[in-house]
Design a protein around this ligand. Sequence first.
Ligand code: NAD
Length: 383
Amino acid sequence: MQRTRIDWVAEQSKLLRGIAEEFTRTQPFAGLTIGTGIHLEAKTVALLLTLQAGGAKLVSTGNLNTTQADAVERLRAHGATVIGEATKDAAVHATYLAQVVAAKPDLILDNGGDLYMHYLQSPYPTLRGGTEETTSGRMRLEPLRDKLNMPILVINDSPIKQFAENEHGVGQSALESYLRITNKTINGERVTVFGYGSVGRGVAANFRGGYAKVAVVERDPVLKLRAHLDGFETPSRDEALANADIIITVTGAQGVITAADLPKLRSGVILANAGHFPEEIDVAGMLASPEVASQEEYADELLTLRLKNGNAVHLVARGHMFNLAGPRPIGNSIEAMDLGFALQARCLEAVARGTVTATSCVVPVPATIDAAVASAYLETRYQ
Ligand SMILES: NC(=O)c1ccc[n+]([C@@H]2O[C@H](COP(=O)([O-])OP(=O)(O)OC[C@H]3O[C@@H](n4cnc5c(N)ncnc54)[C@H](O)[C@@H]3O)[C@@H](O)[C@H]2O)c1
């Protein structure tokens, strides 16, 4: 039988495989329903089926526009209730989220805080708590702690997630995606990375590892010092714009590169963003700029702007996260996601078993879970 990518991911997710074997025996979610609102793709299938092995009934929907049909098919074949399909329409997607919450799950696995926000609109007494995957979700939920009053563990605030996924995972997938989408060399090219948080550090290190000449623009002087001590050039913003062959934004801010910068850029520069918001590079503003004479759209999400001064500016994925774009986007490594999803499984187990209480409302992953997941990963490497 031809095995699929979902099978390959399940096979290679060693932490989740180990947890699923244990959960099959220990059944931490017996009799409980878990409502999930996270991308539905091969790696999350491995996570969700691990929770199901622990006795959970699953009621799941994806995130806006990321649901993959083969993932839905696989989950339904295993008896999970999957609501909706890929849609770019936020109003339609909201009806899917509402249906998940209407099933009154005992636990919630959220990605961005949407499910908890729906819960607050029509609360019910049996929700025990759950997890939140992202920083943006944490920022939405923090002011609502009094109303939520239940254990909610934030996966992104684990140090493991910070260095395994944000730094190493995104750093590698950004390099892999840049090469795959553009098919251009980075050897000897001048790359400027805007932002030197965990994601920027990984991107800068991976491009340097690929023999590019990497500079960092960081507005926080402490992190700028860190980039300097890590051996990167730290030019002024304008100097970087004038010299870079490739510019990558990873700041989480908006309007980092705008239409006003077009005349400052080298001809042939490639602009790409790996930060959460597509507005880090203000593509809409650039397209509307009087500096732009014409544009040429190529296959695989490449767009060239021809400026009136004769220069060309190339945009990758119109400023959307390019490590998740282009032909056959496979995202971060299986191992990076296996670590983050092992944290998810262990945190949901802790909430189900009542080992964390309402005092842990919108807080980082407990240090004991970080330590257990780190040790388990190392054991899979040395066994
Ligand atoms: N592409 C992916 O798969 C992926 C995965 C995880 C996180 N992210 C996103 O990547 C972004 C960065 O994440 P992080 O964890 O490194 O965040 P972070 O907040 O730790 O780091 C961002 C850095 O950018 C700097 N910065 C902000 N505005 C700037 C500007 N105009 N010029 C120069 N520097 C500026 C900040 O000082 C900060 O040090 C976020 O949007 C995050 O959501 C993307």
